[in-house]
Write a protein of this length. Structure first.
Length: 481
C-alpha cells in the first residue's frame, strides 16, 4: 500500500475534479481491477457459451473450475503474502534491496511446491480428462503465483503499466480461446480454460519483468523470509483467518447433501447460495477503493507525524497533540468509509431486489442476497479496523478479530442452514456484525493504552525471529551462497 499511496499523493497534489477522478480511477484499477476484469470476462464467456449451444452441465464445469482456482489460490496465498509483505517492507526500510529478488525466487519455489501437492491430491481421483486437469491445475498455480508477484509489485512505481497488464492478458486470453474453438476444433470448455491460462501467464510475465527491472541487485538469501514464520506468525494467521472467513460460509453449504451440487465427481458447490454470495461481494468493492485513497492520503500523514515526533525526541506536548490528531483522523476516516459504504449497500439492496429476479433469482435467493449484502457491510468495515490495528503492529488483536470472524462465520452459517432457507445468509451477517463490534472494541482499547503499546512493548524481527527455524534457514542460505 505504501507504493500505491506514493502514487496517489502525486495525483492528489493537483487540485480539481479531473485530478480527483484520475486518482480514484487509478486506485480502482490497482486495487480491484483484476476482480472487475475477471467478473466481466467470466460473465461474457458464460453468455457466449450459452449462445453457441453449450449445455448447462458443461458451463457448470467451467464455472466450477474457475471458481475453485480463484478461491483456493486466494486462501493458499493469503497468509503467505501477508508475511512476505512484512519481510519486503523490512528489507526496504533497512535498505537491503539486494535481498528482495532472491526472496521472490525462494517464495515462488516454495508456493509452487505447496500448490503442486494440493493440486495432485485434489485431482488424483478426479475422472476428468487428463489434459483438462492439467490446464485447470496450471490455472490454480498461475493465479497463486500472480498473488505472490502482486506483493512485490507494491514496492515499484510502474503501477499503470502493471494495471494494464491485466487488460492485455484478458484480451490475449479471449483471442486464444476464440481461435482454439473456431479454428483448432478443441473442446470449448478446455479452450476457455487455456485462454484463462494465457491471460494469467501474460500478467505473470509483465509483473515479473517489472520487478526484475526495478530490483537489479541480488544476494544469496533466497529463503531468509521463512524466518518470519517464527517472528510474525500472527500476521500470517490474521490474513488466513480473514480470508477463510470470506469463504467458509460457502464451504458450510457445500457440505450439505440436497443443497450442494457435484460437478463431474470433482467440484462441489451450492449455486443457490454461492451465486447470491458472489453478487453480494461486489457491494464491498467501493470500500476497497476508498480505503486505499483515504488511508494513504489522510490518516497516514497523522500516523507518520506522531511516530516521527516520538523517534526524534519531540516535546511531550507536541506528541500529545499529534496523538489526538492521529486518533481523530482514524475515527474520521472510519466513519466516512462507513457512510459511503452504507450508500452503496442501500443501492445494491434496492438494485438487487429489482434486477436480480430478471436473471432467475428466486425469492429465497433474494433473501440470501440481502442478508449477505448487509453482512459484507459489517465485514468490510471490520477489515478496515483490522488493517489499522496492523498499522500499529497490534498483531494479537488483529489475529483475534480474524479468528472470531472465521469461527462465527462457519458456526452461525451451519445453524442458519438447519433453521431454513428463508434465513440463508443470516449466519454470515451475524458473524460480520459480531466481528465488527469486536474489532471496534479492540481498536478503542488500543487507543486507550497507546502509550503502553508504544513505549513499553518491544517489537521487531530481531527479537522474535530467533530459534531453530532461523538457524536452519541460515544454513540453507549459506549453501545457496
Amino acid at each position: 500500500m505504501a507504493g500505491i499511496g506514493f502514487e496517489l499523493k502525486k495525483l492528489f497534489k493537483d487540485k480539481g475534479l479531473l485530478s480527483t477522478i484520475r486518482a480514484y480511477l487509478y486506485s480502482t484499477f490497482v486495487t480491484v481491477g483484476p476482480i472487475i476484469i475477471s467478473v466481466l470476462v467470466i460473465t461474457s464467456l458464460q453468455f457466449l457459451l450459452k449462445n453457441i449451444g453449450i449445455k448447462t452441465n458443461r458451463r457448470e464445469l467451467l464455472q466450477a473450475t474457475i471458481m475453485y482456482a480463484f478461491v483456493f489460490s486466494v486462501i493458499v496465498s493469503s497468509g503467505y503474502c501477508m508475511m512476505l509483505s512484512r519481510y519486503l517492507s523490512d528489507r526496504l526500510y533497512m535498505e537491503r534491496k539486494e535481498d528482495v529478488l532472491p526472496s521472490l525466487y525462494g517464495a515462488l519455489t516454495t508456493i509452487i511446491m505447496v500448490c503442486g501437492i494440493i493440486g495432485f491430491l485434489f485431482y488424483y481421483r478426479s475422472p476428468l480428462d487428463l489434459v483438462y486437469k492439467f490446464f485447470s491445475y496450471i490455472l490454480f498455480v498461475g493465479i497463486t503465483v500472480e498473488m505472490v508477484l502482486s506483493v512485490y509489485v507494491s514496492a515499484i512505481r510502474e503501477f499503470k503499466k502493471v494495471a494494464f497488464s491485466f487488460l492485455y492478458g484478458t484480451i490475449l486470453g479471449l483471442i486464444t480461446g476464440y481461435v482454439l474453438i473456431k479454428y483448432k476444433g478443441i473442446d470449448e470448455i478446455l479452450s476457455v480454460v487455456i485462454g484463462f491460462d494465457v491471460c494469467i501467464l501474460v500478467v505473470i510475465i509483465v509483473l515479473a519483468n517489472e520487478i526484475q527491472k526495478y530490483f537489479t541487485q541480488k544476494s544469496f538469501l533466497y529463503f531468509n523470509f521463512i524466518k518470519y514464520f517464527e517472528g510474525f506468525h500472527l500476521i500470517f494467521f490474521t490474513n488466513l483467518f480473514f480470508t477463510m472467513g470470506l469463504y467458509v460460509h460457502n464451504f458450510a453449504f457445500w457440505m450439505m447433501p440436497g443443497i450442494n451440487r457435484i460437478v463431474q465427481s470433482t467440484y462441489v458447490y451450492a449455486p443457490l447460495y454461492d451465486i447470491p454470495a458472489a453478487y453480494a461481494f461486489l457491494s464491498s468493492i467501493p470500500t476497497m477503493i476508498i480505503f486505499v485513497v483515504k488511508v494513504e492520503t489522510g490518516f497516514y500523514e497523522k500516523y507518520k507525524n506522531y511516530f516521527a515526533l516520538i523517534n526524534s525526541g519531540g516535546a511531550y506536548e507536541d506528541i500529545e497533540v499529534a496523538k489526538k490528531q492521529m486518533i481523530k483522523a482514524v475515527y474520521k476516516e472510519i466513519v466516512y468509509i462507513m457512510k459511503i459504504q452504507l450508500i452503496f449497500t442501500i443501492v445494491f439492496l434496492i438494485g438487487g431486489i429489482r434486477l436480480l429476479p430478471l436473471i432467475g433469482f428466486t425469492s429465497n435467493m433474494i433473501n440470501s442476497y440481502s442478508l449477505l449484502v448487509l453482512g459484507y457491510y459489517c465485514v468490510i468495515t471490520m477489515f478496515v479496523m483490522m488493517t489499522i490495528l496492523l498499522y500499529y503492529d497490534h498483531k494479537k488483536a488483529a489475529c483475534s478479530v480474524g479468528l472470531i470472524f472465521v469461527s462465527t462465520s462457519f458456526v452461525f452459517t451451519l445453524i442458519s442452514i438447519y433453521i431454513g432457507q428463508n434465513i440463508y445468509g443470516l449466519g454470515f451477517f451475524l458473524s460480520g456484525l459480531i466481528s465488527f463490534l469486536f474489532a471496534s472494541m479492540k481498536l478503542e482499547k488500543y487507543f486507550e493504552d497507546i502509550e503502553y503499546h508504544v513505549f513499553c512493548i518491544q517489537t521487531g524481527f530481531e527479537k522474535n525471529a530467533g530459534g531453530k527455524l532461523s538457524d536452519f534457514i541460515d544454513r540453507i542460505n549459506k549453501i545457496g551462497g
